[in-house]
Design a protein around this ligand. Structure first.
Ligand SMILES: Nc1ncnc2c1ncn2[C@@H]1O[C@H](COP(=O)(O)OP(=O)(O)OP(=O)(O)O)[C@@H](O)[C@H]1O
Length: 241
């Protein structure tokens, strides 16, 4: 039998469970007297190190998929696994704990707290998880400097550009060392050049920290730079060329 030649990293990745796995996931919403079937037997696997673009027309179910992957909603059928853990049978407290530990969210609008500085915004999720102020500040400074924002650490969101605010939001999303980044149009309100710059920062962080990311975007130039592209077709997840 021919030996398979894998390097150590590849071998480790092949053994470990996918960061995110959906099997035969269903989600429907009531629509008058009927049901709107948004996801119908949707399957997906995302592994460590992968950045996957989610490209689909408006209303196809991108946010629904991100909410299910982020344990913000539960499927009507099928299973969502995070790091190999089947989440369907978990109670609310366990789902919240897993979400806080494993997932970082990035939205189209940064949702930074306006009265806090960039540094404090990145410190906050860590302090909510129980880290001391000093350690949280140290990690926040590291992340901001990784994002080339050290000079903006003491600025409030209103004193920063859109691209800078979004880079702070990315630093905040990874502050608790999650395994998965879920992003909904993270560059949707940025000009094309800034969008690429923000994506560069996100990509570098995902690669450096061994995360995975699922990024909903309408920007096909950005999608082309990601490892894989998926779309939604009649409630199923389909790989794009
Ligand atoms: N809570 C809900 N109750 C009823 N219908 C819903 C609910 N959430 C979403 N929908 C419907 O499900 C479909 C998919 O919505 P979703 O927000 O996932 O799409 P999307 O691809 O993210 O769209 P967009 O790109 O416009 O944000 C839409 O037709 C939407 O109206």
């Amino acid at each position: 039998m021919a030996a398979v030649d894998l390097d150590d990293d590849e071998a480790a990745r092949a053994i470990e469970p996918p960061v995110l796995r959906l099997t035969r996931v269903e989600r429907r919403y009531p629509e008058g007297e009927r049901w709107l079937e948004v996801l119908k037997s949707a399957d997906l696997e995302i592994r460590t190190g992968e950045i996957v673009a989610l490209c689909a027309p408006s209303g196809a179910g991108k946010s629904t998929l991100l909410h299910l992957a982020g344990l913000l909603e539960s499927p009507d059928g099928g299973e969502v696994y995070l790091g190999g853990v089947a989440t369907g049978s978990l109670g609310d407290a366990e789902r919240t704990r897993l979400r806080r530990m494993e997932i970082g969210f990035v939205y189209q609008f940064h949702h930074l707290l306006p009265e806090f500085t960039a540094l404090e915004n990145v410190m906050l999720p860590q302090m909510i998880r129980g880290l001391g102020r000093k350690e949280a500040a140290q990690r926040a400074r590291q992340l901001l400097s990784y994002m080339r924002l050290e000079a903006r650490a003491e600025h409030r969101p209103s004193e920063m550009s859109g691209g800078e605010q979004q880079r702070v939001a990315i630093a905040r999303a990874v502050a608790n060392v999650p395994r998965l980044i879920l992003a909904d149009e993270p560059t949707g309100n940025l000009d094309p050049k800034t969008a690429h710059y923000v994506f560069d920062a996100l990509q570098a962080l995902v690669r450096a920290s061994g995360l995975a990311a699922l990024i909903a975007t309408h920007n096909m130039d950005l999608a082309a730079r990601m490892d894989r592209r998926i779309t939604l077709d009649e409630g199923k997840i389909v790989e794009m060329a």
